[in-house]
Design a protein around this ligand. Sequence first.
Ligand code: AMP
Length: 194
Amino acid sequence: MRLILLGPPGAGKGTQASLLTARYSIPQLSTGDMLRAAVAQQTEVGKRAKAVMDAGQLVSDEIVNQIVSERIDAEDCRNGFILDGYPRTVPQAHALKDMLAQKGQPLDAVIELKVDENALVSRMENRVAETLANGGTVRSDDNVEAFRKRLAEYREKTAPLSEHYAKTGDLKQLNGMASVDEVSKAIEEILASK
Ligand code: AMP
Protein backbone atom coordinates (compact mmCIF):
# COMPACT_ATOMS: atom_id res chain seq x y z
CA MET A 1 0.00 0.00 0.00
CA ARG A 2 1.60 3.26 -1.13
CA LEU A 3 -0.07 6.36 0.24
CA ILE A 4 0.31 10.07 0.63
CA LEU A 5 -1.41 11.69 3.61
CA LEU A 6 -2.21 15.36 3.20
CA GLY A 7 -3.56 17.55 5.96
CA PRO A 8 -2.63 20.57 8.08
CA PRO A 9 -0.93 20.39 11.47
CA GLY A 10 -3.40 19.15 14.06
CA ALA A 11 -5.61 17.33 11.53
CA GLY A 12 -4.80 13.92 13.00
CA LYS A 13 -2.44 12.71 10.25
CA GLY A 14 0.04 11.33 12.77
CA THR A 15 -2.65 9.33 14.58
CA GLN A 16 -4.00 7.89 11.33
CA ALA A 17 -0.48 7.14 10.05
CA SER A 18 0.27 5.10 13.22
CA LEU A 19 -2.94 3.10 12.74
CA LEU A 20 -2.09 2.46 9.08
CA THR A 21 1.47 1.48 9.97
CA ALA A 22 0.13 -1.16 12.34
CA ARG A 23 -2.58 -2.39 9.97
CA TYR A 24 -0.50 -2.73 6.81
CA SER A 25 3.02 -3.14 8.26
CA ILE A 26 4.25 -0.18 6.28
CA PRO A 27 6.45 2.63 7.61
CA GLN A 28 5.50 6.29 7.88
CA LEU A 29 8.09 8.27 5.94
CA SER A 30 8.39 11.84 7.16
CA THR A 31 10.83 13.92 5.12
CA GLY A 32 11.10 16.34 8.06
CA ASP A 33 12.29 13.48 10.31
CA MET A 34 14.68 12.18 7.64
CA LEU A 35 16.19 15.62 7.13
CA ARG A 36 16.57 16.19 10.90
CA ALA A 37 18.35 12.83 11.14
CA ALA A 38 20.68 13.81 8.26
CA VAL A 39 21.46 17.11 10.02
CA ALA A 40 22.15 15.32 13.31
CA GLN A 41 24.46 12.83 11.56
CA GLN A 42 26.16 15.66 9.67
CA THR A 43 25.88 13.88 6.33
CA GLU A 44 26.49 15.81 3.09
CA VAL A 45 22.73 16.24 2.67
CA GLY A 46 22.41 17.30 6.30
CA LYS A 47 25.07 19.95 5.89
CA ARG A 48 23.36 21.36 2.80
CA ALA A 49 19.88 21.26 4.37
CA LYS A 50 20.64 22.69 7.80
CA ALA A 51 20.75 26.42 7.03
CA VAL A 52 17.64 26.20 4.83
CA MET A 53 15.71 24.33 7.52
CA ASP A 54 16.87 26.71 10.23
CA ALA A 55 15.48 29.58 8.15
CA GLY A 56 12.13 27.76 7.94
CA GLN A 57 12.36 27.47 4.16
CA LEU A 58 11.88 24.48 1.93
CA VAL A 59 14.90 22.30 1.21
CA SER A 60 15.60 21.95 -2.53
CA ASP A 61 13.49 19.50 -4.50
CA GLU A 62 16.68 17.78 -5.67
CA ILE A 63 17.67 16.90 -2.09
CA VAL A 64 14.28 15.70 -0.89
CA ASN A 65 13.57 13.75 -4.07
CA GLN A 66 16.85 11.92 -3.63
CA ILE A 67 16.37 11.04 0.03
CA VAL A 68 12.84 9.77 -0.63
CA SER A 69 14.00 7.73 -3.61
CA GLU A 70 16.75 6.08 -1.52
CA ARG A 71 14.47 5.55 1.47
CA ILE A 72 11.75 3.73 -0.44
CA ASP A 73 14.31 1.24 -1.75
CA ALA A 74 14.84 0.03 1.83
CA GLU A 75 13.66 -3.42 2.86
CA ASP A 76 10.96 -2.17 5.25
CA CYS A 77 9.16 -0.43 2.34
CA ARG A 78 8.60 -3.66 0.41
CA ASN A 79 4.89 -3.69 1.40
CA GLY A 80 4.56 0.04 0.77
CA PHE A 81 4.80 3.25 2.78
CA ILE A 82 2.93 6.32 3.98
CA LEU A 83 4.44 9.60 2.85
CA ASP A 84 4.07 12.44 5.33
CA GLY A 85 5.42 15.90 4.46
CA TYR A 86 6.32 14.85 0.91
CA PRO A 87 5.55 15.86 -1.75
CA ARG A 88 5.22 19.46 -0.61
CA THR A 89 5.30 21.14 -4.00
CA VAL A 90 3.87 20.28 -7.41
CA PRO A 91 7.36 19.69 -8.92
CA GLN A 92 8.00 17.18 -6.10
CA ALA A 93 4.73 15.45 -7.00
CA HIS A 94 5.93 15.12 -10.60
CA ALA A 95 9.31 13.81 -9.44
CA LEU A 96 7.59 11.27 -7.18
CA LYS A 97 5.44 10.04 -10.04
CA ASP A 98 8.50 9.51 -12.28
CA MET A 99 10.44 7.86 -9.46
CA LEU A 100 7.62 5.42 -8.64
CA ALA A 101 7.06 4.66 -12.32
CA GLN A 102 10.76 3.82 -12.65
CA LYS A 103 10.59 1.52 -9.65
CA GLY A 104 7.33 -0.03 -10.90
CA GLN A 105 5.52 1.02 -7.70
CA PRO A 106 2.50 3.19 -8.48
CA LEU A 107 0.72 5.17 -5.78
CA ASP A 108 -2.48 3.66 -4.40
CA ALA A 109 -4.04 6.81 -2.99
CA VAL A 110 -3.62 10.38 -1.86
CA ILE A 111 -5.79 10.99 1.18
CA GLU A 112 -6.49 14.49 2.37
CA LEU A 113 -7.96 15.17 5.81
CA LYS A 114 -10.17 18.23 5.37
CA VAL A 115 -10.61 20.29 8.52
CA ASP A 116 -12.28 23.40 9.84
CA GLU A 117 -9.37 25.67 10.78
CA ASN A 118 -11.24 27.58 13.52
CA ALA A 119 -12.27 24.31 15.14
CA LEU A 120 -8.65 23.13 14.95
CA VAL A 121 -7.51 26.28 16.75
CA SER A 122 -10.08 25.72 19.54
CA ARG A 123 -9.06 22.07 19.79
CA MET A 124 -5.42 23.10 20.09
CA GLU A 125 -6.26 25.76 22.76
CA ASN A 126 -8.20 23.19 24.80
CA ARG A 127 -5.36 20.69 24.57
CA VAL A 128 -2.82 23.27 25.76
CA ALA A 129 -5.09 24.41 28.64
CA GLU A 130 -5.64 20.80 29.69
CA THR A 131 -1.91 19.99 29.59
CA LEU A 132 -1.07 23.08 31.66
CA ALA A 133 -3.89 22.35 34.15
CA ASN A 134 -2.40 18.87 34.62
CA GLY A 135 0.99 20.40 35.41
CA GLY A 136 2.50 19.53 32.02
CA THR A 137 4.57 21.68 29.68
CA VAL A 138 3.81 22.62 26.08
CA ARG A 139 5.97 23.31 23.03
CA SER A 140 7.02 26.91 22.43
CA ASP A 141 5.06 26.97 19.16
CA ASP A 142 1.88 25.72 20.85
CA ASN A 143 0.12 29.07 20.85
CA VAL A 144 -2.70 30.40 18.74
CA GLU A 145 -0.61 32.87 16.76
CA ALA A 146 2.10 30.37 15.78
CA PHE A 147 -0.49 27.71 15.05
CA ARG A 148 -2.47 30.01 12.74
CA LYS A 149 0.77 30.82 10.91
CA ARG A 150 1.51 27.12 10.35
CA LEU A 151 -2.04 26.61 9.11
CA ALA A 152 -1.76 29.52 6.67
CA GLU A 153 1.58 28.24 5.40
CA TYR A 154 0.13 24.80 4.86
CA ARG A 155 -2.88 26.24 3.00
CA GLU A 156 -0.64 28.27 0.73
CA LYS A 157 1.72 25.38 -0.10
CA THR A 158 -0.72 22.53 -0.21
CA ALA A 159 -3.73 23.89 -2.07
CA PRO A 160 -1.94 23.44 -5.43
CA LEU A 161 -0.98 19.85 -4.50
CA SER A 162 -4.54 18.99 -3.64
CA GLU A 163 -5.66 20.41 -7.01
CA HIS A 164 -2.88 18.50 -8.73
CA TYR A 165 -3.98 15.17 -7.26
CA ALA A 166 -7.63 15.95 -7.96
CA LYS A 167 -6.68 16.29 -11.62
CA THR A 168 -4.69 13.04 -11.68
CA GLY A 169 -7.71 11.27 -10.12
CA ASP A 170 -5.71 10.08 -7.08
CA LEU A 171 -7.20 12.45 -4.48
CA LYS A 172 -9.65 11.23 -1.86
CA GLN A 173 -10.87 13.83 0.62
CA LEU A 174 -12.20 12.93 4.05
CA ASN A 175 -13.79 14.83 6.88
CA GLY A 176 -10.86 15.12 9.29
CA MET A 177 -13.15 16.61 11.96
CA ALA A 178 -14.85 13.25 12.53
CA SER A 179 -13.69 11.01 15.37
CA VAL A 180 -10.43 9.04 15.08
CA ASP A 181 -12.45 5.83 14.58
CA GLU A 182 -14.67 7.34 11.91
CA VAL A 183 -11.73 8.77 9.97
CA SER A 184 -9.89 5.47 10.27
CA LYS A 185 -12.93 3.58 8.97
CA ALA A 186 -13.32 5.99 6.06
CA ILE A 187 -9.64 5.50 5.13
CA GLU A 188 -10.08 1.73 5.36
CA GLU A 189 -13.04 1.90 2.98
CA ILE A 190 -11.01 3.89 0.45
CA LEU A 191 -8.12 1.45 0.66
CA ALA A 192 -10.36 -1.60 0.49
CA SER A 193 -11.52 -0.50 -2.95
CA LYS A 194 -7.90 -0.40 -4.21
P1 AMP B 1 8.34 19.08 8.91
O1 AMP B 1 8.85 18.26 10.04
O2 AMP B 1 7.56 18.26 7.90
O3 AMP B 1 7.59 20.30 9.35
O4 AMP B 1 9.64 19.59 8.10
C1 AMP B 1 10.64 20.37 8.73
C2 AMP B 1 11.46 21.09 7.67
O5 AMP B 1 12.08 20.15 6.81
C3 AMP B 1 10.66 21.99 6.75
O6 AMP B 1 10.49 23.26 7.30
C4 AMP B 1 11.56 22.04 5.53
O7 AMP B 1 12.66 22.91 5.73
C5 AMP B 1 12.10 20.64 5.48
N1 AMP B 1 11.24 19.74 4.66
C6 AMP B 1 10.53 18.66 5.08
N2 AMP B 1 9.90 18.07 4.06
C7 AMP B 1 10.21 18.79 2.95
C8 AMP B 1 9.87 18.68 1.58
N3 AMP B 1 9.05 17.72 1.11
N4 AMP B 1 10.37 19.62 0.72
C9 AMP B 1 11.20 20.57 1.15
N5 AMP B 1 11.56 20.74 2.43
C10 AMP B 1 11.08 19.85 3.34
